[in-house]
Design a protein around this ligand. Structure first.
Ligand code: HEM
Length: 370
């Protein structure tokens, strides 16, 4: 025997699949080369609780699936996209590059589906009280991810440099400029000058294809590490059951395999949407021209945009202050509601979350209809 090969621990021999099965042979060959039994044993022991709300545990994985699609389609788009000729290069992708229009539409639809999935993931973990200790880190890293993913959407929106993109970003950045103290500085930093220009494209491009992917990848790694170390949470009603009544599934052999058909369904949905509702490219941006009628942000930014309309004139700053507080409250949730099982404070937070969800949906629908 090669002296550099490690001995398989007796504990592993007892726990691994039989030595004459394919998996058994694979694990033994791996362990003889690398002494990673503690890691394998940790992952083999991972379990997901099974109860009537278990389906919600799938949402994090679905968000991950859309993120992978974003990376792949984004890399393909980068092959032909030129930040120096933004509109012309996107027009070429749509008109000349084989499958270019499809890849571009997939990038657009997958971004939207990812953000929708993230909202559902956030609200489901909120209602299942998964943010409570010890999962503060998972909650906060998740919220940072949601913010970064929306920034991904906003920065990508400008890149085709069509009329809609240009005026939507011009309005978005000038709203940001109204914020006291940091507003003008942040707006200048984003635009690279007094107005949205080709200079802005350079900045948004660097943000969209280098900075955000790196930061988001790191954040996802951290988020998933937290989930792996702590396992998914158990709802109070499940945790209160006697041990013999609690049912679990193996994370890797059952839960992840069960997620494959869901990913395939999502892929089908994505192709269907991209093929039937392709992403349009409007006329090239003309900064001197008039803004197109009824310009408004993407649906996921509509709620705050619409809510600000409730605070006209000088009251706008008050509206911004209230909306600025909302993310702080969301981040603070695990520190406000710690009681397990849920007590009065937790129930109040559930009611506030229902109110927040209704408000968000109401404002979004109002924005879509107006
Ligand atoms: C790119 C974005 C994200 C990815 C890829 C992601 C992925 C995941 C995955 C795979 C899980 C484990 C399975 C599950 O419970 O769904 C998970 C759990 C969790 N995520 Fe996310 N997530 C993201 C964003 C978010 C956001 C926006 C929040 C909330 C603000 C959040 C909060 C949580 C919490 C609290 C858990 C623990 C759930 C539990 O223990 O029951 N995540 N995430």
């Amino acid at each position: 025997m090669d002296m550099n090969q490690t001995k398989i621990p007796a504990e592993a021999e007892a726990a691994l699949p039989a030595a004459d099965t394919r998996m058994g042979r694979f694990y033994r060959a791996l362990l003889k080369r690398y002494p990673i039994w503690p890691v394998i044993s940790f992952f083999m022991g991972k379990k997901v609780p099974e109860h009537k709300h278990s389906a919600w545990y799938m949402l994090g994985g679905i968000a991950l699936f859309f993120f992978i699609i974003q990376i792949i389609t984004g890399i393909l788009l980068m092959v032909y996209y030129k930040p120096g000729q933004p509109w012309a290069s996107v027009n070429r992708i749509v008109m000349e590059v084989p499958f270019g229009a499809l890849i571009r539409s997939m990038h657009h639809w997958s971004a939207n589906l990812m953000i929708l999935t993230l909202f559902l993931h956030m609200f489901s973990t909120l209602f299942m009280k998964a943010y409570r200790a010890p999962r503060e880190g998972t909650w906060i890293s998740g919220f940072i991810l949601l913010t970064l993913v929306m920034l991904f959407g906003f920065s990508g929106y400008l890149l085709p440099w069509d009329d809609l993109a240009f005026f939507a970003v011009r309005i978005g950045v000038s709203e940001m400029e109204k914020l006291p103290v940091l507003g003008p500085f942040a707006a200048d930093l984003a635009r690279g000058g007094p107005d949205v220009s080709m200079e802005t494209i350079g900045r948004f491009y660097a943000l969209h294809v280098v900075i955000l992917p790196l930061v988001v990848l790191l954040m996802i790694a951290l988020h998933l590490l937290f989930v792996q170390i702590q396992g998914v949470s158990e709802p109070d009603a499940f945790a209160a059951l006697p041990d013999e009544k609690k049912k679990y599934r193996n994370f890797f052999s059952d839960f992840m395999i069960g997620e494959i058909p869901v990913w395939l369904f999502m892929f089908g949905l994505l192709i269907a949407l991209s093929a039937t509702l392709p992403r349009e490219l409007a006329a090239e941006a003309n900064p001197m021209g008039a803004a197109p009628e009824g310009i408004k942000p993407e649906w996921y930014l509509l709620a705050p945009y619409q809510a600000l309309k409730l605070f006209p004139g000088k009251l706008e700053l008050v509206g911004m202050a209230i909306m600025g507080l909302a993310p702080l409250v969301v981040i603070a949730l695990p520190f406000i509601d710690k009681e397990i099982p849920t007590g009065k404070r937790g129930e109040l937070i559930t009611k506030m979350a229902i109110g927040g969800l209704i408000g968000f949906l109401g404002m979004t629908i109002w924005g879509l209809l107006s």
